[in-house]
Design a protein around this ligand. Structure first.
Ligand code: 8ID
Ligand code: ZN
Length: 356
């Protein structure tokens, strides 16, 4: 076992709305204090999701812990496993990923139905338990995701939240090969992975976002049609035109503001699905009840994914079919990353080296 220090640096928000800061002397749980089922990870890197910004601001109706160590798409190496752990599917020395769902009971009604996200005893990384903006992290042997050797850690990190989430939303979107999928938020962390999973699944993609960087990124990733939401005079007409007048089969909305949701029911064709993924804290979903019924539209909330969704999303990334487009930064730079995320300046993702 590698030497485990007693102190580490973490990025911490002391109370909701405070600026995130680095605490250099945060305690590390001693391997001998790990409970059965727990493992200690020496973290390598972590993506920064827009959810981490919502958590830091405390702008959701369900409030995070305070003080808060955020982060929920990280990769680390297992350096210790709690004594008396039974049937661990992972071992010391393995590289594993930590997801938004840090752990679930695997026994309640929702876990039994494969909705581990909604487990009655769910632990949420960087929200109800310490997250990946840390150098050492306590995680759970039954919930970590093994990272295959072919997938390097920085490329794997954001698959663990952004990738899993859009992969599952597409999986349940009731679309088939050749169908048109609209992706508002396509140039962001979730969106740029959605473009790639959608293409991998044979869908045709209408990417909506704004600015030259995001335009170039989504076109390079294979989007069939690009719409700039700040320049388009009529999104519904543009989508109808691109789809032979009929409208799209599904929309996977990954915008952090409600604006990405407006008009979705109008530009979907009959039988289409609106997959709600982006999480503005207080906005209401506005859709015509009449046309939702009249057009047989399905509106579905899609919340991260379960362990199986994670394995599938990671396997596709390990095959090389989906690549996170990321820029590297450091844990010490996280406040700047939050500012850029808030200003909509980040195309793809930022992945942090937690050792610096
Ligand atoms: O399980 C879930 N449902 C889940 C999982 C992970 C993240 C939900 N989320 C939520 C986050 O909490 C956040 O609310 O998804 C949202 C997006 O997360 P992200 O992809 O990490 O954020 P980002 O990188 O900032 O990308 C958002 C993109 O939306 C664009 C922005 O330009 C940005 O590229 N955008 C906006 I804001 N308004 C738009 C609009 N009207 C828009 N794109 C198209 N049309
Ligand atoms: Zn996330």
């Amino acid at each position: 076992m590698s030497q485990v220090p007693s102190k580490q640096s973490v990025a911490i928000v002391l109370k909701s709305g405070d600026k995130v800061s680095i605490k250099p002397d945060h305690p590390v749980k001693s391997p001998s204090d790990l409970a059965p089922g727990e493992c200690l990870l020496k973290m390598i890197c972590t993506g920064v999701c827009h959810t981490d910004l919502h958590a830091a601001l405390g702008d959701w109706p369900v409030k995070p812990m305070s003080p808060l160590i955020g982060g929920h798409e990280g990769v680390g190496e297992i350096v210790a496993i709690g004594e008396h752990t039974n049937d661990s599917p992972v071992k010391v020395g393995q590289r594993v990923g930590v997801k938004w769902i840090a752990d679930s009971c695997r026994d309640c009604e929702f876990c039994r139905k494969g909705l581990e996200q909604n487990c009655e005893k769910v632990k949420i990384s960087g929200y109800t338990v310490d997250g990946t903006f840390s150098q050492y992290l306590v995680s759970y042997v039954h919930s970590v995701t093994v990272i295959p050797d072919e997938l390097e850690s920085y490329a794997a990190a954001s698959i663990l939240c952004a990738g899993v989430t859009v992969y599952r939303a597409l999986k349940y979107s009731n679309t088939g090969a050749g169908d048109w999928v609209v992706l508002p938020g396509a140039g962001g962390g979730l969106g740029h992975l959605a473009v790639q999973y959608a293409k991998y699944m044979g869908r045709r993609v209408i990417a909506i976002d704004t600015g030259d960087d995001k335009h170039k990124l989504v076109k390079d990733l294979g989007a069939d049609v690009w719409l700039d939401f700040k320049e388009s005079k009529d999104i519904v007409a543009d989508i109808k035109k691109a789809t032979g007048g009929k409208g799209a089969h599904a929309a996977i909305v990954t915008t952090a503001s409600s604006s990405g949701y407006t008009q979705a029911v109008d530009y979907l064709r009959e039988g289409g699905s609106l997959m709600a993924v982006g999480l503005p804290g207080t906005a209401k979903l506005e859709a015509s009840i009449f046309f939702t019924v009249f057009k047989s539209i399905t509106i579905q909330g899609s919340y991260v994914g379960n362990r199986q969704d994670a394995v599938e999303a990671i396997d596709i990334a390990a095959s090389g079919a989906v690549k996170c487009f990321y820029k590297k930064s450091t844990l010490s730079n996280i406040a700047q990353v939050y500012e850029d995320l808030s200003a909509g300046k980040i195309a793809g993702r930022i992945v942090l080296d937690v050792t610096k």
